[in-house]
Design a binder for this molecule. Structure first.
Ligand code: SAH
Length: 238
């Protein structure tokens, strides 16, 4: 019995190359996560996500690491749905992360503001797409967890602020793009003011029934389009 357990422990540490091109030297556990991650990316393609940068980013980022350990086993971190991250909050369904990022039409080096850091996963996706990321989280415990996870995964350049996203981040505005990952009753005027000319803002808007709103600032005018029906946690006030 003891011998069998020892053999299992050794086997799980044997390095090998998996069929997803993720080099040699990874543990069986990491290979398992990698397989689920590639299945997630395949599902994103079925949902018509085509942006190579977004697909590459999500194929690379270890989403499970952003989910606090206490919640990591309760649900598959790569499943086609939202996942709890503690403090009554959730990390969005992978498709929604991909869709919203794609809609920002990012260019490398763009300065992007995110409202609702949560786990830090969306911020990592933005950073992998070449953005200079500024992200605001109202719950200190989550901001702290996101900071640690981002740091551990090598995203030291992401700026995190603990506070109320309704105020935006005036010191670093204007931003090329703004992504809101909690739902306000309407798009906060301050955020629109902090958006650069030519930039896109995407936010889930509404209480109860919500829709993604995509806003484009052009020639001093703001065009607003209502998009997919969605379900996000509310954007609260300090
Ligand atoms: N983007 C996150 C998921 C966000 S969940 C991720 O990738 O994991 C929504 C987050 O918005 C929650 O963490 C919640 O605490 C935060 N939030 C709610 N109201 C806020 C506000 N006014 N300012 C900043 N963050 C807020």
């Amino acid at each position: 019995m003891v011998r069998a357990m020892l053999v299992m422990a050794v086997v799980s540490m044997i390095p090998f190359t998996n069929s997803f091109g993720e080099g040699a030297g990874i543990s069986a556990e990491d290979a398992g996560w990698a397989a689920r991650r590639q299945a997630m990316v395949a599902q994103l393609k079925v949902y018509h996500i085509t942006n190579t940068c977004v697909l590459t980013a999500m194929g690379k980022i270890r989403r499970h690491v952003f989910i606090p350990a206490a919640y990591r086993n309760s649900r598959d971190a790569y499943a086609d749905g939202p996942c709890p991250i503690g403090c009554g909050q959730t990390i969005s369904q992978p498709y929604i992360v991909a869709y919203m990022t794609e809609k920002l039409a990012l260019m490398p080096g763009n300065k992007v503001l995110e409202i609702g850091t949560g786990s830090g996963y969306q911020a990592a996706v933005l950073a992998e797409c070449g953005a200079d990321v500024y992200t605001i989280e109202i719950i200190p415990e989550l901001a702290c967890h996101a900071h640690a996870a981002l740091d551990a995964e090598g995203y030291q350049g992401i700026h995190i602020l603990t506070g109320d996203g309704h105020k935006g981040w005036p010191e670093y505005s204007p931003f090329d793009a703004i992504i809101v990952t909690c739902a306000p009753d309407e798009v906060p005027r301050t955020l629109v003011d902090q958006l650069k000319e030519g930039g896109h803002l995407i936010a889930p808007v509404g209480r109860g029934s919500q829709r993604l709103v995509i806003l484009h600032k052009q020639h001093g005018q703001v065009e607003q389009v209502e998009d997919l029906p969605v379900r996000f946690v509310p954007m609260v006030r300090e």
